[in-house]
Design a protein. Structure first.
Length: 244
């Protein structure tokens, strides 16, 4: 396994454990402990902690190393707000840069999934197309810097997504998982060459994802208490509601 892939895997594993509650806010993450936990040397651990610091999930403190920062509904909303800014711009810029046959293939696959029975296989295909569409838009946005920023946060988005999906799967509850319909609107707008409609469809998708993540990852009282303290609250995200 190459060095970059090893670091990426460590970042994903730490994020997964963080979202599962294995690490608590204020907890010190010792390099040696993490190296033993994940079965790697200390070098990719140190690099992964720097990357996690850049994502705002740990704080690198003098003489203390990495300390876990608070992570709750407000932080999820902040992450989704940033995702909205990046991906809406990428979608707008990608319009006209994606081959018609690529969009037609995605449209056909998404329509089949929308009508398919929901279960484990459906969920796996939903995640595959989610990754494929977002990566395609980033690749064709025409800006290396924008694509880089999207890729930097992509592992964080996907761990959040997968954590939410695992909790739904554990309850055999696939309701209100409408990513495929939301993605279809983005694809159809791109195919029509309508950059603004495509960007608006992406914004709607990200806003609904924010509401769904909060609903599935946190208790209602926790959400209300956390968001009440924040003046960065996104009006569109909090207007979207998800019911059980």
């Amino acid at each position: 396994m190459d060095h970059g892939k090893r670091r990426h895997n460590v970042v994903a594993e730490v994020l997964g454990d963080l979202f599962k509650g294995e690490f608590q806010a204020g907890q010190r993450l010792r390099v040696e402990f993490l190296a033993e936990r994940y079965g790697v040397s200390v070098t990719p651990i140190r690099e992964a902690l720097v990357e996690l610091s850049g994502l705002g999930l740990v704080e690198l403190q003098p003489n203390r190393g990495a300390v876990v920062r608070p992570f709750g509904p407000r932080q999820v909303l902040d992450i989704c707000h940033l995702r909205r800014v990046l991906e809406c711009e990428a979608t707008r810029n990608a319009c006209g840069r994606i081959a018609p046959f690529e969009l037609a293939t995605l449209e056909d696959e998404l329509k089949k999934l929308i009508d398919a029975p929901r279960g484990q296989r459906w969920l796996a295909e939903t995640k595959r197309l989610d990754t494929a569409l977002h990566e395609l838009i980033a690749e064709r946005c025409g800006s290396e810097r924008l694509a880089y920023e999207i890729s930097r946060y992509s592992v964080l988005y996907r761990i959040l997504r997968d954590t939410r999906h695992r909790r739904r799967t554990a309850r055999a509850n696939y309701s209100q998982m409408e990513e495929n319909s939301e993605h279809l609107k983005v694809v159809q707008a791109l195919a029509a060459g309508d950059a603004e409609r495509a960007s608006d469809a992406m914004a709607d998708h990200v806003d609904k994802a924010a509401a769904a993540l909060q609903h599935d990852l946190f208790a209602k009282k926790e959400i209300e208490a956390d968001l009440a303290e924040s003046f960065l609250e996104s009006p569109r995200a909090t207007m979207a509601t998800v019911t059980e």
